[in-house]
Design a protein around this ligand. Structure first.
Ligand code: AMP
Length: 449
């Protein structure tokens, strides 16, 4: 399958050649012909699937087919995104894709002065990429007229909802022309509110759904243990003490965190090494070789350092800290369950890390069983839903959220020789033998083993 066979014209395929895109991704393959036909589209796709090109390429082609000087303050297409970072990223991509087409664009978002945005709107653009709040500000101040929008794209609609933008989106939709408008909605998940928007504001939308390219292999068993931040080390020790020969790759969020954890494990009698960006190449090779030959039982790694680790048959990955970006969870646990072998992914989740766990579940489109380990239960419920809105203020990326859940370690002393500790019950049995308790229900869904 080529971009040409999807119906894209040379002005666009030339730009794709320059970017090194040789074949369309699954979402592009399915969405582009439908959008070129003029259909409304409900697309289940998330970041990393190539969704931006899936809507941008046919959008550019449609606008380029009827070129003309952009009308001041009156764009022809609107792409709404939840955050300024996504708005900038989409706009950058759009400009690359439109490099050889006569389609102009600009991007507007909050937190910066309105002046340059107002000037750009006054000069006129074909495509406007915007976050909802700032868009409404410009409309209210009459810098912007949405009455001639031909194509609307709602990108990451589920995140917009999470961030409380539903009323803003409804307001914006009400300002758009209804006749002849094409609407494309991209979302990782389809809550009822999103279906309602689709039902009210879209015309017989075609539906396409893709799994992310980096989807997680089915042979991996995922489990999360709710635990207070300052008890994570003890719980880790407790879990690995069950089988002192069993190797695990343990992820920490920071280099210092990785170092401290590895040193602590060593003091507790576990053969451990840390691998991260501050280590010399020779130290990294030594740690990795030790892990491969079995002389190191626990390798503590940061995300970047772990990218290149390729070890067959690694049975266990532990997220000591949950990754700030849900996509990193997929990379992390991609270290296990390779080539059809089975693997386990265990996450130690502090109450503040609830929103991160929720993000991961949404990315995986799968709930992760929450299992409290007896003696290590978290002192309060995971804030799965409650803190999400607070944690994600509009305009913030995940990475920018102030909270660094679980980032700071307590100053406990090492817990002694794991062998001297009470033998842990095998955690594996925890989720079995009954109804699974799922993450969405927070603490109520946890049970002790
Ligand atoms: P997105 O899901 O839109 O954020 O895209 C994820 C990444 O894939 C971006 O870096 C794109 O530049 C890249 N990409 C999108 N489509 C293709 C393609 N057909 N071939 C290669 N890379 C692509």
């Amino acid at each position: 399958m080529s971009f040409v066979s999807l119906g894209l014209e040379p002005a666009i395929t030339r730009a794709l050649d320059a970017l090194g895109y040789t074949t369309p991704t699954p979402i592009q393959e399915r969405a582009i012909p439908l959008v070129l036909e003029g259909r409304d589209l409900l697309a289940g796709a998330q970041t990393g699937t190539g969704k931006t090109a899936a809507f941008s390429l046919p959008l550019i082609q449609r606008l380029a087919a009827t070129p003309g000087r952009p009308v001041s303050r009156t764009p022809r297409a609107l792409i709404l995104t939840p955050t300024r970072e996504l708005a900038l990223q989409v706009h950058d991509n759009l400009r690359e894709y439109a490099r050889h087409a006569r389609v102009s664009s600009t991007v507007i978002f909050g937190g910066v002065g309105m002046g340059p945005q107002t000037d750009a709107l006054r000069r006129g653009v074909d495509v406007l990429v915007a976050t909802p709040g700032r868009l409404i500000d410009h409309v209210e101040q009459r810098h912007l007229d949405l009455s001639r929008i031909e194509v609307l794209v709602l990108d990451e609609a589920d995140r917009m909802l999470d961030m409380g933008f539903l009323p803003a989106i409804r307001r914006i939709l009400a300002m758009l022309p209804t006749q002849g408008r094409q609407t494309l909605l991209f979302s990782a998940t389809f809550a009822q509110e999103i279906k309602d928007i689709a039902h009210r504001f879209m015309r017989d939308p075609a539906e396409v759904q893709v799994t992310p390219q980096n989807s997680v292999v089915a042979t991996i068993e995922h489990r999360a243990h709710p635990v207070d931040t300052d008890r994570k080390r003890d719980l880790l020790l407790h879990l690995i003490a069950a089988d002192s020969r069993r190797q695990a790759l343990v992820f920490a969020r920071t280099k210092h965190g990785a170092n401290r954890l590895s040193e602590w494990l060593e003091k507790a009698g576990v053969r451990s090494a840390a691998i991260h960006g501050n280590k010399s190449q020779s130290a990294r090779v030594k740690a990795l070789d030790g892990f491969k030959d079995g002389s190191v039982t626990i390798l503590v790694a940061t995300d970047i350092a772990a990218r290149g680790i390729d070890i067959d048959q690694l049975p266990l990955v532990v997220n000591f800290d949950l990754p700030t970006l849900a996509e990193d969870y997929v990379h992390r646990i991609g270290r296990t369950g390779r080539n059809g072998s089975t693997g386990e992914a265990i996450s130690l989740v502090s109450p503040e890390e609830g929103p991160l766990l929720r993000d991961i579940q949404r990315l995986l489109k799968q709930d992760i069983t929450l299992v409290a380990v007896a003696g290590y239960e978290a002192s309060r419920a995971l804030q799965m839903d409650a803190s999400l809105k607070a944690a994600r203020r509009p305009g913030q990326t995940q990475a920018q959220r102030g909270a660094r859940p679980g980032g700071k370690q307590g100053s406990q002393r090492p817990g002694g020789n794991p062998a001297s500790r009470p033998a842990p019950k095998p955690a594996r049995s925890a989720g079995q033998g009954g109804k699974d308790h799922r993450g969405h229900s927070g603490q109520r869904g946890q049970r002790a083993v």
